[in-house]
Design a binder for this molecule. Structure first.
Ligand code: AMP
Length: 190
């Protein structure tokens, strides 16, 4: 297995993540590929804490934060929220959690996310779990999950797929070139 990485930070404000040693696995895949579902299964068996970037952003939006409207608009358009917002939320969640092992789901979404997270926190993931799923299956899952989300409609889903193909797949390719991508095999019991 890889190493536990010292979460040293280069942030000017001396981010408190510097004092916490954490192991991080990024969980990536297209919208509706089952990242959240499988993270819930992994948590039960391996003692990780699951942090979903999308869930953190939705909670921040709903908290009445000054960034709420901007986050709401970005989500409704399937766009990537600026890194500084998402990274701050992830840092805060890591610090508030009494665990040192994290599954970070839906992050990094683009190269800028990836580079900014590494530079701000000094953390590299242990590895990346990649859920490779057909667009047809992802669409079927998104349209049938009924979670009341503003972005689970066909127009926004098309935009989310475009962002995934153009911005998120290159991040997976980057980690693949470093030998860090793992593709789990999922068995679905009848
Ligand atoms: P998800 O819950 O992962 O399907 O994400 C829903 C939406 O939240 C995305 O379409 C983006 O608008 C936003 N979002 C999720 N993760 C990120 C991220 N890492 N960076 C920026 N925006 C994100």
């Amino acid at each position: 297995m890889g190493t536990v990485i010292d979460a040293a930070t280069k942030d000017n404000d001396g981010s408190a993540l510097a004092s916490k040693k954490v192991t991080i696995i990024f969980v990536l895949g297209g919208p509706g590929s089952g990242k959240g579902t499988q993270c819930a299964n992994i948590v039960q068996h391996y003692g990780y804490t699951h942090l979903s970037a999308g869930d953190l952003l939705r909670a921040e939006r709903d908290s009445g934060s000054e960034n709420g409207t901007m986050i709401d608009n970005m989500i409704a358009e399937g766009k990537i929220v600026p890194s500084e917002v998402t990274i701050k939320l992830l840092e805060r969640a890591i610090l508030e959690t009494d665990n040192d092992k994290f599954l970070i789901d839906g992050f990094p979404r683009n190269e800028e996310n990836r580079a900014a997270f590494e530079s701000v926190t000094g953390i590299e993931p242990e590895f990346v779990l990649f859920f490779d799923c057909s667009e047809e299956e992802m669409t079927r899952r998104l349209l049938s999950r009924n979670q009341g989300r503003t972005d689970d409609n066909i127009e926004t889903i098309k935009k989310r797929f475009k962002v995934y193909m153009e911005s998120s797949l290159p991040v997976i390719e980057y980690y693949n070139s470093k030998g860090k991508v793992r593709r789990p095999i999922i068995y679905i019991c009848p």
